[in-house]
Design a protein around this ligand. Structure first.
Ligand SMILES: Nc1ncnc2c1ncn2[C@@H]1O[C@H](COP(=O)(O)OP(=O)(O)O)[C@@H](O)[C@H]1O
Ligand SMILES: [Mg+2]
Length: 267
């Protein structure tokens, strides 16, 4: 069976087995992301967002339901998935360049060593890290380390890029810089992405689809499409249209947290 969606999560239900018994985390979850699409996933803390990323990457199997990537059922870990997390795990004994090249040493590739290095240098320059290739991770700021981590997650041209709260630990200005870097990266290096975030502004600035998950066990509570021709400069986050979108999403989060009813009345 094939599908148009590059990522297709169909009716996934999952519970973790814990000492206290099963903990239901996902309940009949459906997520579909087209090729080249960028979906943001927001939802209450602990609702199952990171679990969702592990399913897409094939790092775990759901109890029921199916996960499809590019027309193939996901049953084992996928090297065609790139991942970046809140705390970039860079290896201190390697230079920034060598850190970015790491996936090319793990994932099979036909590239020569020179081509691998060129590829890593090209990405580093795209995110503004030209001149820092030979530095060690500890010599860089938090924002720069996250830029390097983004390069590493893209270096092997993954089919899917999964970002699990990648900007959560950065200060507001650095975070906004990184958002703009993401747009620049996507223009040069188109990818299909899933971004887990707590930041609603980040979700509408970066994604073309925002999914609000309900509280645990998570199901898809609300989907907002952001027109791809919507302006994407930081100023556009302060327009009435943006304010309206943020309002709707904020209300949906309140519903997910059980703090509001879906009648439109805050509880
Ligand atoms: N390996 C695991 N075993 C048992 N419980 C887990 C495991 N991983 C996560 N959980 C629990 O499952 C729930 C969802 O976790 P997670 O997907 O990390 O949520 P989120 O990323 O939305 O904060 C949380 O209550 C968490 O404590
Ligand atoms: Mg998480």
């Amino acid at each position: 069976m094939t599908t148009d969606a590059l990522i297709d999560i169909k009716g996934v239900t999952h519970a973790y087995q814990t000492a206290e018994g099963p903990l239901p985390v996902l309940d009949n979850l459906n997520v579909s992301v087209n090729e080249g699409g960028f979906a943001a996933v927001v939802g209450p803390s602990g609702c199952g967002k990171s679990t969702l990323t592990r399913l897409i990457a094939g790092l775990m199997k759901p109890d029921t339901g199916e996960v499809w990537l590019h027309g193939a059922r996901v049953k084992s870990p996928r090297s065609t998935v790139g991942m970046a997390f809140q705390n970039p795990v860079l290896l201190e004994w390697r230079s920034i360049l060598k850190n970015v090249m790491l996936p090319l040493e793990i994932v099979p590739t036909k590239l020569t060593n020179t081509q691998k290095e060129d590829r890593a240098r090209e990405l580093l320059s795209l995110v503004g890290l030209e001149g820092f290739e030979d530095k060690r991770p500890s010599e860089l700021s938090g924002g720069m380390r996250q830029r390097a981590s983004l390069c590493r997650s893209l270096v092997h041209k993954p089919e899917v890029l999964i970002l699990d709260e990648p900007f959560g630990a950065l200060d507001a200005f650095t975070r906004e810089d990184l958002w703009q870097t993401m747009h620049a990266l996507r223009a040069e290096e188109p990818f299909t992405g899933v971004l887990i975030t707590h930041d609603l502004r980040e979700s509408i600035f970066l994604a073309d689809q925002v999914l609000v998950l309900s509280g645990r066990p998570a199901t898809t509570q609300y989907v907002m499409d952001i027109p791809t021709d919507a302006p994407r400069t930081l100023d556009d986050l302060y327009t009435p249209e943006a304010a309206e979108r943020l309002n709707v999403l904020r209300h949906q989060i309140e519903i997910a947290q059980g703090r509001a009813s879906d009648e439109g009345e805050a509880a």
